[in-house]
Structures are given as structure tokens and as C-alpha cells.
Design a protein around this ligand. Structure first.
Ligand code: TYD
Ligand code: MG
Length: 454
């Protein structure tokens, strides 16, 4: 029996307390607490595994029983999952509104339907007509894909049991509600309870459940991080809505690696896979202009070549401006300081702007050398030859440090027509080709000499 007890739960982070607080001690948010009833017994005793499975087993026997994955046929999606969807798993797909979450999961449903793998797609956001219209855009329907518009989780689970699909898609977890709770759909309590029920359903029936979750402004899925602990896989769909490319990443994966990423492009007929992304961001480069250079970066396990641009211009104000788009602002400041201190370039009266072309965000330090070279190229007004490709981390003493996967970066660079590579010294011996020049550098100074040939 539900007792008449309530708790106060932070709507940001899920922190719960018996008393109302003005400020959350966990996330620091102000006036984030809402009252939520506590259901005794039920929520705590959720059993996620069927009884007969709870028995110690020999590890060798367990390891030998293979998991049969359900392959979606969208290679970029399967790759991120580690080879397909594991039956009975609970997968959360997060992303900002309009990024393409509903599109990709409906596509998964359609492909499963065509393969006669029964799928139930439940939308709490769009009508059945809207979902069907989207399916037409994506290339038609199938008898084995069932769609339903509903938000009451009990009804959904009853229907799911009756239909008995292999895959259940819930779009989105924030629109679902559990009638036992008095709070509105989307509140932390509702999201948590609904996820717990779906988890129980997935583990008890072996049906794989895919949840869509909206992310908050600061990029957290559904606010409470609790969700991420409950599910088996957390996928994040990223991209800039002004550009067509989308990147799917695994933030957590109990069945595979979190290094892989899937790259798509959003087109009129839905999301298309980009299986060879290396040259995706290299269109329309004006190689005669100073302040531009190509860096070899890694997206997951695959290299992508990215154009870094810098503009160094005399500041009209007393305080020089520094901005960075697509690259860490603090690292730009650090690189400027290294160039000032170790290379005698005085940026004190110059504004410095750094931009990564194509709307992609580069977080790896391996791009340091490219950013530094772009800044120097603009500062000295000297263009960089178009066949040059660089990568390497720059340390505070001006040393160029080794980065991962040098061979992959170079191989893909060669395929794209680059023939002069400025790379960190100590990158293991790479196979020699007389048409390819590989210059290994120890310091930024050495790298700049090689790039600008002085
Ligand atoms: P959607 O999947 O509804 O996003 P989410 O569920 O993450 O909120 O995608 C919406 C966007 O995708 C919308 O702006 C239109 C675009 N889109 C296409 O460009 N092509 C298509 O075939 C489809 C279905 C959507
Ligand atoms: Mg949607």
C-alpha cells in the first residue's frame, strides 16, 4: 500500500531530501525542489532478473553462452552499439530536440520490420499519422512495425506484452507517466519510475527497450544522472542543427566499447550513413589564404581531417579579444601564451579568433599543433601549402607530444591526397614511400620551420 509520505526531489539532479531546500547541495541549483510522493515497498523491490536465473554459475559456462545480437542493418548505428542490439537490454538515446532521435529510431523500427523482427514504436509526442508520414519519408512501412501513441506506461506495457515484440521503442521517456505517482510526466520521479518499470520489463521478458531522452541545456540526459546508471547503454546524438552531419556516440555501453562513433548526414530522405568520414569536412578550402591548415583528428576510432582557421587582427580596443569556435577556448589562450613566450610573437595588441570549419567540435589535444600553426600562419600572413597535414599535442614548454593512432591518421591523409606530414617525434616508424614526406618534430619551433619552410 502506498503510504502518504512525500520527499523533495531536485528536478535537476535527482537529489532527494525529506525537507524542502532553497538550494540543492548536490548540483547547486536554486529552487529546484519539488514534492514527490514516496511509494514504499514497490519501487524498492523492483526485481530485474527472473527468479530462476539467480543462481551461482561457473564463469566458464557463462562466458561460453554467446549473446545473439539483433543487427539493425544501419552500420553506423550497429558499430556504436558494439555489433547490434542485445535482447533484453535497455538503451537510452539522448540528444537535443530536432537532432534526429525519432528519425533514427523509426528507421531502426522500419528495418527490423522489413526483416520480420517485430517492433513496437510508442510515441508520446507525435500522433500515429505523424509517425506514419515520417515512415513514408524514410521509405515506407512494414507489417511487423507497429506504432502507437500513448503516454500511460501501464497501458503501454500491457500492449507490449500482448504484441510481444522483439524491440520496444519509447519516444520519449519524458512524456511517459506512471499513474501511481501524483507528479507530472517529465518530473524526476516520473522519469525514474518509468525507467525502472521499463528496465524490469526488459529484463523479465527479454525484449530490448530503446528509450529516447531529451537533454537539458547543459547536455545532461533527462536531468537526473540516475537514469544513466539504470540503463545498459547510453547513446548520445550530437550535431549542429545548422549543418547536416550528426555524430552518434556511446557514453556508456555494457556490451561494447565507448570508443566507437557513428557518423550520419541528415538528408531529405532521413539519416544517411557516412561510412568513410575522413574527408567529410574538407570541402571548399581556399588554400591560398593565410590562417588555414588541415589537422588530422580522431572521431572515435576513425580519423577525420578538419580545417582549422585563425584570424589574428590588430585590436581596435585596449583589451584584445580571443574567441574559439569548435575548440577549447582555454587551450587557444594556452597556445597563444606558448607562442608569445617561446617564439617571441607578441599577440598583446591583436585579437585572435579560432574556428573549426564545418560545425564540428574538436576536443582532443592532438589538434594543438594545427591551431598553433593556423595562428602563426595568420600572424605572419603566410599561407600553408595545401598538401600539408599536421597533428600533435603541444606542451607548455613548447614540446610536441605524441598522440594516439598516428598510422591511421597518416594512412587516411595519404588517401585524401596529402603528402607532407608534420607529426610528433617518437611516433613509431611508419612505412616509407618516396612520394610521401613525413617530418617528425620534437618542438613547436621545429614544426613551424617545417610547415613554413624557413
Ligand atoms: P527528429 O527525428 O524529429 O528529431 P528529434 O526526435 O531528435 O527531436 O528530426 C527532426 C529534424 O530532422 C527536422 O528538423 C527535420 C529533419 N528531417 C530531415 O531533414 N529529413 C527527414 O527525412 C526527416 C524525417 C527529418
Ligand atoms: Mg522526436
Amino acid at each position: 500500500m502506498a503510504k502518504n509520505k512525500t520527499n523533495f526531489v531536485c528536478q535537476n539532479c535527482g537529489y532527494s531530501t525529506a525537507k524542502w531546500l532553497g538550494r540543492c547541495p548536490e548540483c547547486g541549483g536554486w529552487e529546484t525542489f519539488c514534492e514527490e510522493p514516496v511509494i514504499d515497498g514497490q519501487a524498492k523491490n523492483i526485481r530485474t532478473f527472473s527468479k530462476e536465473k539467480i543462481k551461482p554459475k561457473n564463469i566458464i559456462d557463462v562466458a561460453q553462452s554467446k549473446v545473439e545480437r539483433m543487427v539493425t542493418g544501419i552500420r553506423e548505428f550497429d558499430r556504436v552499439l558494439g555489433g547490434g542490439i542485445v535482447p533484453g537490454s535497455l538503451i537510452l538515446l539522448g540528444g537535443t530536440p530536432g537532432i534526429g532521435k525519432s528519425t533514427i529510431l523509426l528507421d531502426v523500427g522500419l528495418r527490423f520490420g522489413q526483416k520480420r523482427v517485430k517492433t513496437l514504436y510508442v510515441s508520446g509526442e507525435e500522433s500515429e499519422e505523424q509517425t506514419a508520414m515520417r515512415a513514408v519519408r524514410l521509405g515506407g512501412g512494414s507489417n511487423d512495425l507497429l506504432i502507437m501513441t500513448a503516454t500511460d506506461l501501464d497501458i503501454i506495457l500491457d500492449q507490449a506484452k500482448a504484441v510481444n515484440p522483439k524491440l520496444l521503442i519509447i519516444d520519449s521517456i519524458q512524456t511517459m507517466y506512471n499513474a501511481e505517482l501524483a507528479t507530472a510526466a517529465g518530473s524526476v520521479g516520473q522519469v525514474r519510475e518509468c525507467t525502472a518499470k521499463l528496465l524490469q520489463f526488459a529484463k523479465a521478458t527479454g525484449v530490448a527497450v530503446l528509450l529516447i531522452g531529451h537533454v537539458t541545456k547543459d547536455g545532461n540526459i533527462a536531468g537526473p544522472r540516475l537514469l544513466e546508471h539504470m540503463v545498459d547503454v547510453v547513446l548520445q546524438f550530437e550535431g549542429d542543427r545548422s549543418y547536416s552531419f550528426r555524430i552518434l556516440r556511446a557514453l556508456k555501453n555494457r556490451f561494447g566499447s565507448t570508443n566507437e562513433s557513428g557518423i550520419f548526414s541528415m538528408e531529405a530522405g532521413g539519416l544517411k550513413e557516412v561510412s568513410n568520414p575522413a574527408g567529410l569536412f574538407l570541402e571548399d578550402r581556399d588554400s591560398a589564404a593565410a590562417g588555414s591548415i588541415i589537422g588530422a583528428c580522431m572521431e572515435g576510432n576513425r580519423p577525420i581531417m578538419v580545417e582549422f582557421q585563425a584570424l589574428v587582427a590588430k585590436t581596435p580596443y585596449g583589451m584584445p579579444r580571443r574567441t574559439a569556435v569548435g575548440f577549447d577556448y582555454n587551450r587557444v589562450n594556452m597556445l597563444l601564451a606558448i607562442l608569445e613566450r617561446r617564439h617571441g610573437m607578441d599577440f598583446g595588441v591583436y585579437d585572435a579568433y579560432v574556428n573549426v570549419v564545418g560545425g564540428i567540435k574538436i576536443t582532443e589535444p592532438a589538434a594543438d599543433l594545427a591551431v598553433a600553426a593556423a595562428l602563426v600562419s595568420s600572424f605572419r600572413n603566410r599561407p600553408v601549402a595545401k598538401e600539408i597535414l599536421v597533428f600533435g599535442e603541444v606542451g607548455l614548454t613548447g614540446e610536441v607530444r605524441r598522440v594516439n593512432a598516428p598510422e591511421k591518421r597518416i594512412t587516411d591523409g595519404i588517401n585524401l591526397g596529402f603528402n607532407k606530414f608534420i607529426i610528433p617525434d617518437g611516433s613509431f616508424p611508419l612505412k616509407k614511400d618516396k612520394n610521401i614526406e613525413i617530418i617528425k618534430v620534437k618542438t613547436l619551433n621545429h614544426a613551424l620551420q617545417a610547415i613554413f619552410e624557413q
